[in-house]
Ligand binder design. Structure first.
Ligand code: G6Q
Length: 548
């Protein structure tokens, strides 16, 4: 577990101290000056690997910064911990689990062991079963209880069992079978299920209940109500077998719910919820895009895994991106990172990344349980461009907060219509340029602006961004992009010496709500022993619910 250096206080490491000095020296340096001093800067701070091009030159860094960040990665043992993850060591120490999402996309024939057992054959066994099932749905061979073919697929899951599937479905919609309808139900708010099913024919609807534990309140509540909805029309318990399948690690709970375990697709405790979109949790994705495209998605993930595992750190995309995130969070007090995909299909990508990054690195104790004395995971947020430009970009350009941003764009669009794509991409380049270089008072005056208006129209610039370009949004590319962020998160977690793979904050919510739900549902006034605010809120809710 860890290297000796990783347990030393982060702030005391030589690289950290040198980085503090480097940041101090750069505090007043403008990107304008950095670019003016080095005509090659754009090329110097760009790399291309595995079909992804990363331009990180518009960051507030020098070659010294990168050298020191790489030194920090070395001092913190990033390579050793990466190798421990790939080797199946139980690096998720608080849950005593291996962390092996990389095994989900390992090609047949590779060996990855957990507790002395090669897990790759099992992974492919499940993939083969999923493929067979997906083909039966896609071809119409799988019939519902009344003999009709399935036309609607509803994934019921939450968190990691929802965000990956919904993001991947939206991202790869272009490749989806268009005579199938996909819906995703996550919220325990009955509105979610009601709106998702209101126009569907139960005879043509398949529910995928996706839950690693199969004990999650939201998912089981939705699944039970979905079963009632189905049986209200089909009126025969036997229909459940034709209209419900499960994705889970918990066979006992699946069968207790009434789903035939022959229709269950399994995965393993070494797959974290937010790292599970390429396990059986991706069944809805596979039905949508087909098994071949799903395997292309996995191949993309694997390509980036291999890159992360083998590329030298100075040319390693997730290492560089992870280090830059640490750089702004810890040395420039940046509280957030904006993710701005210029592709409508990636509209749920920021939401997906929010869970991946914030649930992973939103931690404040080290692996050894000590409180950190430095900043850890920043807030991730974003919207697809160009929509964000017409709302919150104002703050990024002229506000008082530093918001490092990742711009993501593609050379080719999947929907060539007129000059839309050039216009879209023109905005990517224009935005990153404006953020970096801004507009000086002299430039504003030269435009003929009246003096009193000048301060309002000045753009300080010096706002950092990364630009990630790829050829087109296909299944491989999506796999590479997700793996890029997964491994970037890993690198950050190692630097900060936190466990990126547990989520005790999520577990807390699961327990608390159960207790209060009992108090809300009790027939007679329960004795409330919360604080005075919570007690009063509960009483008020109980009373108003009764009277209205
Ligand atoms: C992910 C988290 C969390 C989890 C959900 C759903 O890393 O653990 O988001 O995915 O709470 O859990 P189940 O899949 O067990 O229903």
């Amino acid at each position: 577990m860890g290297t000796t250096t990783a347990t030393a206080s982060l702030r005391q490491t030589p690289a950290w101290q040198a980085l503090e000095e480097n940041a101090e020296a750069l505090r007043e340096t403008h990107l304008r000056d950095l670019f003016a001093a080095d005509p090659e800067r754009g090329e110097r701070f760009s790399i291309e690997a595995e079909g992804l091009f990363l331009d990180y030159s518009k960051n507030r860094i020098t070659e010294d910064t990168i050298r020191l960040l790489l030194q920090l990665a070395e001092e913190r043992g990033v390579a050793e911990r990466r190798d421990a993850m790939f080797a199946g060591e139980k690096i998720n120490v608080t849950e005593r689990r291996a962390v092996l999402h990389v095994a989900l996309r390992a090609p047949k024939g590779e060996h990855i062991e957990v507790d002395g057992e090669d897990v790759v054959p099992e992974v492919h066994e499940v993939l083969d079963r999923m493929s067979e099932f997906a083909e039966r749905i896609r071809s119409g061979a799988w019939q519902g209880h009344t003999g009709k073919r399935i036309r609607n697929v509803v994934n019921i899951g939450i968190g990691g069992s929802d965000l990956g599937p919904v993001m991947a479905y939206e991202a790869l919609r272009y490749y989806s079978q268009r005579d199938l309808t996909f819906r995703f139900v996550s919220n325990v708010d009955g509105t979610d299920l009601a709106e998702a099913t209101r126009d569907l024919d139960p005879e043509e609807t398949l529910f995928i209940v996706a839950s690693k534990t199969f004990t999650t309140l939201e998912t089981l509540t939705n699944a039970r109500s979905a079963r009632e909805w189905l049986l209200a029309t089909l009126d025969d318990e036997a229909a459940v077998a034709k209209h419900f399948v499960a994705v889970s690690t918990n066979e006992a709970e699946v069968s207790k719910f009434g789903i035939d375990t022959a229709n269950m697709f399994g995965f393993w405790d070494w797959v974290g919820g937010r790292y599970s979109m390429d396990s059986a949790i991706g069944l809805s994705t596979m039905i949508a895009i087909g098994p071949d495209n799903f395997r292309r998605l996995l191949a993309g993930f694997h390509t980036l895994d291999e890159h992360f595992r083998t590329a030298p750190f100075e040319r390693n995309l997730p290492v560089l991106m992870g280090l830059l995130t640490v750089w702004y969070a810890d040395f420039f007090a940046a509280q957030t990172v904006a993710v701005l995909p210029y592709d409508q299909y990636l509209k749920r990508f920021p939401a997906y990344l929010q869970q991946l990054t914030m649930e992973s690195n939103g931690k404040s104790v080290t692996l050894e349980g000590a409180h950190v004395d430095y900043e850890t995971g920043p807030i991730f947020w974003g919207e697809p461009g160009t929509n964000g430009q017409h709302s919150f970009y104002q703050l990024i350009h002229q506000g008082t907060k530093l918001v490092p941003a990742d711009f993501i764009g593609f050379s080719h669009t999947l929907n060539p219509i007129g000059d839309h794509h050039d216009l879209l991409m023109a905005n990517v380049f224009a935005q990153t340029e404006a953020l970096a270089f801004g507009k000086t008072p002299e430039e504003v005056r030269a435009e003929g602006t009246e003096e009193w208006l000048v301060p309002h129209r000045v753009f300080e610039g010096n706002r950092p961004s990364n630009t990630i370009l790829a050829d087109r949004l296909d299944p491989e590319t999506l796999g590479k992009l997700v793996a890029l962020y997964e491994h970037s998160v890993f690198v950050q977690g190692v630097i900060w010496n936190v466990n990126s793979f547990d989520q005790w904050g999520v577990e807390l919510g699961k327990v608390l709500a159960k207790r209060i739900a009992g108090e809300l549902e009790a027939d007679s006034e329960p004795e409330l022993t919360h604080d005075s605010s919570t007690n009063a809120l509960l009483r008020r809710y109980r009373n108003t619910r009764r009277t209205s």
